[in-house]
Write a protein that binds this ligand. Structure first.
Ligand code: COA
Length: 244
């Protein structure tokens, strides 16, 4: 996506990370320059957000400068520095952030987690299927120190499901009621849970057994071992219906 101003002057690297202050890395200048820069960055974000929404058939963008400003999300922009006669063009956008979610595994077991999420992902229509998405996604994984299987994906399109399958071998998504998708490796393994619970049972000085399970992705799921939620129960059939 091209702009009337020089993208290369705004963004000095091929992939830039933005947060709520909307100031690109490497910015230097006075207040007036800052104001001008933030305005241009906002224009880029809004244009890419709109294009992404259109590509996904959404009625309104999920990524805007205002929303980024009021969040703790991270936005990665991919820049083609050679495009537009050397002025540069923005070719991709990936937004991530943590969300508090209830997720169900295939057995209907529920977890309360705050995983890192893929919230929006877009490669310019003229550049899709040329490896740019992979490049941007890999950069994000490295920066955030996370594996794709440990992330929750918000409303993934068929293209994104195909992308995750092709590049990361992720298949059979576990679809959630909240429109997020996770994969089997997202959940702690049953053996991890049992082991963790055994340790906590041994260490617990009192009878209050509220277990805190560290899941494989470093996230925590909480479940009370006593009371209403602690009683053994069959797999939740509603969960199973919705997930299969
Ligand atoms: N149809 C089906 N699969 C597609 C696809 C399409 N039009 N475009 C990309 N993919 C998947 C395929 O698995 C493809 O591999 P293939 O070409 O061998 O079939 C793979 O992604 C290509 O990888 P890569 O070139 O690195 O991805 P990309 O640059 O196309 O970026 C998306 C992937 C999803 C970001 C991009 O396709 C896009 O912006 N789509 C529109 C917006 C969207 O759906 N975003 C996700 C919303 S959550």
């Amino acid at each position: 996506m091209e702009f009337k101003f020089s993208v290369n002057e705004l963004f000095k690297q091929p992939i830039v990370e933005l947060n709520q202050n909307l100031i690109p890395p490497g910015f230097s200048g006075d207040r007036r320059a800052l104001w001008d820069t933030v305005n241009k960055v906002s224009e880029v974000i809004n244009a890419m957000g709109e294009a992404s929404a259109k590509a996904q058939g959404l009625s309104k963008p999920i990524t805007t400068a205002d929303r980024l400003r009021n969040s703790e999300h991270r936005l990665y922009l991919l820049v083609d520095q050679q495009a537009n006669s050397g002025k540069g063009a923005v070719t991709g956008m990936l937004k991530t952030g943590s969300k508090g979610l209830y997720v169900f595994d295939r057995e209907g077991q529920h977890y309360q987690v705050s995983p890192p999420c893929v919230l929006d992902f877009y490669v310019h229509d003229t550049r899709q299927r040329t490896g740019l998405g992979k490049r941007l996604f890999e950069h994000m994984l490295q920066k955030e120190g996370i594996e794709p299987v440990k992330m929750a994906i918000d409303r993934p399109s068929e293209k994104l499901l195909g992308f995750l399958n092709k590049h990361y071998g992720l298949h059979s998504p576990v679809k959630q009621m909240n429109n997020y998708v996770v994969y089997d490796g997202f959940f702690p393994k049953a053996s991890d849970n049992n082991q963790q619970q055994e340790i906590e049972r041994d260490q617990s000085p009192s009878g209050t057994r509220v277990t805190k399970k560290d899941s494989a992705n470093g996230l925590q799921s909480f479940s009370s071992a006593y009371g209403r939620y602690g009683a053994p129960r069959p797999p939740c059939s509603m969960g199973q219906v919705l997930l299969h």
